[in-house]
Design a protein. Structure first.
Length: 94
């Protein structure tokens, strides 16, 4: 699965745009929620690509760790699960 290349950024009105071509990647908003919360959600979505790459780098670091001790930590497991979810390798209902 591939996604729209980044970087992504939050624009107004609550759109996540790809920097190149200014394509709309996502629209963020929830009826009845404060604008501050909607913007916070938008910034989080806009950072998704950077967070995914940072997670992948952390996984590579853990996998390179001598004797693989980091692979047994909750942080490693959480990173693997988050990356699988971002890559679409998860159950959509759970």
């Amino acid at each position: 699965m591939s996604h729209t290349p980044g970087p992504w950024y939050l624009s107004k009105p609550q759109q996540i745009l790809a920097a190149e071509g200014h394509q709309v990647v996502a629209v963020v908003g929830m009826a009845g929620k404060p604008l501050k919360e909607i913007h916070a959600n938008g910034y989080l979505v806009a950072a998704a690509l950077e967070l995914l790459e940072a997670g992948r780098a952390a996984i590579r670091l853990c996998e390179m760790w001598e004797r693989g001790q980091l692979k047994k930590t909750p942080a490693y497991t959480a990173l693997k699960a988050a990356i699988a979810k971002a890559d679409g390798d998860h159950d959509l209902h759970g």
